[in-house]
Ligand binder design. Structure first.
Ligand code: ATP
Length: 631
């Protein structure tokens, strides 16, 4: 596949300044970025490149696209912005006072637990505040606390100081003090939260110039995909990584596809700040290489003249259908998918037609419920693309393994320590710094009324004994796999058997994560493994084959031959919470992203009524975006 003349020019630009590529959907931005990396690898000796993406999935796709290049592993560092920042902290976090095995609290409820504890320590009787019978009142109070947590995220990602925070949250009393206390509580438990990863890494690069120089000496080029979605802290982190020494920065993006406004994203960083802060040459690409004429016409109705059809583009098709109910909509999609499969092949689509060619996209995952029922009834295998953060284990054994490792790495982690104590019916200790804590629990659990106390006891001791710097996970897994399997043969109680079955599954899943961690070459210690898992770098994506159901946000940057865009009603898409002009524009961006994922055929559907969660039905109005596409 040849690059176009315009693409080729960008790929082969000299490396002594920045390159900004502002281009529409399907115009080959990611392609240009990966070709540029290949070009640098083959023309400039030794110098390394950092390639930044927004999702682990996108990082993997980029690695796949680059796989044919020599020296990929030693010269190119492909990762999400968070994962790059996390590795900077893992290696040098101690230089700004972070504990060597710092914990990432990636789960919202763990962060909330730390927050509640910080309030208790401040003398606030938060347990009394939350001790209300009335559910509505309780939800209201929980929301107040959640608003504080959201506020902390804003403070971090906008890099606010006290004055700015007080001005930004005029109606939130004591916000700065409460925020400081939360930060102290996090650090006292040896942890940081997800937002902190970038904040601390940014601080580190600014304060310890010598560390930043180590990276700059090795990596002299930086490439950022989907740069329209950068937010302030992400942009500032990139800037700090470059300092004044790195000028070879390529940012590609499409302002029409900015869909993370709720996370502080703004295309201003790509379009304006980048130009001010770097010596930048700008390029535009308009030709769409992905989609058929029918799809491009629909996209251009949402964003006027955003894409230009490629001269060899085929016609493709667009079909818009309405249904009485969501069930009718789901049944129609299911039968249409079956009809497509029966075709086996079509001149507009390369290769055999299969479920792999199809994705169903919706604004949010709740829209899929009726479709999931219909697909199951019709025996059509599908997978729902999930967010990348891992799921928590459900068996007691799986939980002991997960929380135990967290406590092993950081005995100050009372959040996971307390959860473990409660699961094992052990009283929590007063001292959270004891490095023999797991060994003590291993003895105490033996006479507790829990599932298989001896196995849990052995597991706790085994975790205690692991060498964190060079853990032999394979050996640990092998011995427990054998022990659990032999126990299941001796037991007749059905529930206990199920618990054992789940324990073995979760142990094997843990092993597959470890294997994946090792094969990715992103570290070898237990701490690096735990953090990579926390950031979703080890998530195993099952949605590569079969029919994919995906929200718009998780489909970003990807493409399929056939797209069904479903549930297109006002209130769903655009989302009912979008009321201001700016929010509606972002919804339009999301609709544009959804439509432009289609390479060949696009189906858009909506029901005329929907079932509400409380059981009654509600009449629906066709989405304004469908009206526009039809106009
Ligand atoms: N010069 C080219 N000739 C043929 N196909 C191309 C060319 N450039 C890109 N493509 C193909 O067009 C499709 C879109 O490319 P790519 O994913 O790089 O676009 P993009 O601009 O990053 O899209 P988006 O912003 O919508 O995610 C891909 O299938 C890619 O292989």
């Amino acid at each position: 596949m040849m690059l176009s003349a315009e693409q080729q020019v960008i790929v082969e630009m000299p490396t002594n300044f920045g390159i900004q590529v502002l281009a529409s959907a399907g115009s080959g931005k990611t392609r240009v970025l990966t070709e540029r990396i290949g070009f640098i690898l083959s023309t400039v000796k030794k110098e390394g490149i950092i390639a930044l993406t927004f999702t682990n999935k996108a990082a993997e796709e980029m690695a796949d696209r680059l796989a044919r290049n020599e020296h990929l592993d030693d010269r190119v560092w492909i990762g999400t912005i968070h994962s790059v920042a996390q590795r900077v902290l893992e290696q040098y976090g101690h230089s700004i006072g972070l504990p060597s095995n710092f914990q990432i609290y990636e789960r919202d409820k763990d962060r909330m637990e730390v927050f509640l504890q910080s309030l208790r320590e401040d003398g606030v009787d938060i347990d009394e505040y939350l001790n209300v019978e009335d559910q509505k009142q309780l939800r209201g109070r929980e929301k107040v606390l959640q608003n504080y947590m959201n506020g902390f995220s804003v403070i971090k990602r906008e890099l606010m100081d006290e004055e700015q925070a007080l001005a930004h949250f005029p109606d939130t009393p004591n916000v700065w003090k409460i925020y400081q206390d939360y930060q102290e509580a996090l650090l006292a438990s040896g942890g940081i939260d997800y937002d902190d990863i970038l904040v601390f890494a940014h601080k580190l690069l600014l304060r310890q110039e010598w560390i930043a120089d180590i990276y700059r000496a090795k990596y002299k080029h930086l490439c950022v995909d989907e740069a329209q979605d950068l937010n302030r802290i992400q942009y500032e982190f990139i800037k700090a990584l470059c300092g004044s020494k790195i000028q070879s920065v390529l940012m590609v993006g499409d302002p029409h596809q900015m869909i993370y406004g709720f996370n502080g994203s703004s295309s201003e960083y790509l379009c304006e700040r980048f130009v001010v802060d770097f010596n930048v040459k700008t390029f535009h690409l308009k030709e769409n290489y992905r989609s058929t004429r029918a799809v491009i016409r629909a996209a251009n109705k949402l964003k006027h003249n955003s894409s230009k059809e490629h001269e060899f583009a085929v016609e493709g098709s667009l079909r818009i259908e309405s249904f009485e109910t969501e069930t009718d909509e789901a049944n129609w999609i299911t039968s249409t998918i079956n009809c497509i499969l029966e075709l086996h092949s079509h001149e507009e689509i390369e290769g055999e037609l299969s479920l792999d060619n199809i994705v169903v996209i919706a604004r949010n995952r709740f829209v899929f419920s009726k479709l999931e029922e219909a697909l199951s009834a019709a025996n059509i295998a599908y997978s729902l693309r999930k967010s990348e953060r891992g799921e928590e284990p459900s068996s007691l054994f799986g939980k002991v393994l997960d929380y135990g490792i967290r406590v092993k790495l950081n005995p100050k982690d009372w959040v996971d320590g307390k959860k473990l104590c409660s699961l094992l019916s052990i009283s929590p200790p007063l001292d959270w710094t004891d490095s023999d804590i797991l060994s003590n629990w291993s003895r105490q659990v033996l006479d507790k009324p829990v599932h298989f106390p001896e196995i849990q006891s052995k597991l706790l001791q085994a975790i205690h004994d692991i060498d964190s710097e060079a853990p032999n996970i394979r050996k640990l897994v092998k011995s427990f796999d054998a022990a659990l399997s032999s126990l299941s043969e001796q037991i007749s109680d059905e529930n206990q058997k199920l618990e054992l079955e789940r324990s073995i599954e979760e142990l094997r899943y843990f092993m597959s994560l470890w294997t994946r961690f090792k094969s990715k070459g992103i570290g070898s210690t237990l701490g690096a493994f735990r953090n990579a898992n926390a950031l979703g770098q080890l998530a195993i994506d099952t949605s590569n084959s079969g029919l994919t159901l995906s929200t718009v946000h998780t489909m970003k940057g990807l493409e399929k031959d056939i797209v069904f865009l479903i549930g297109m009603c006002e209130g769903v898409f655009p989302d009912y919470r979008a009321s201001q002009k700016k929010q509606i524009e972002e919804e339009r961006n999301a609709a544009f992203v959804a439509v432009t994922r289609a390479r060949r055929w696009l189906y858009i559907t909506y029901p005329k009524q929907r079932m509400m969660p409380w059981g009654s039905t509600k009449f629906q109005v066709k989405s304004r975006f469908v009206e526009e596409i039809e106009s």
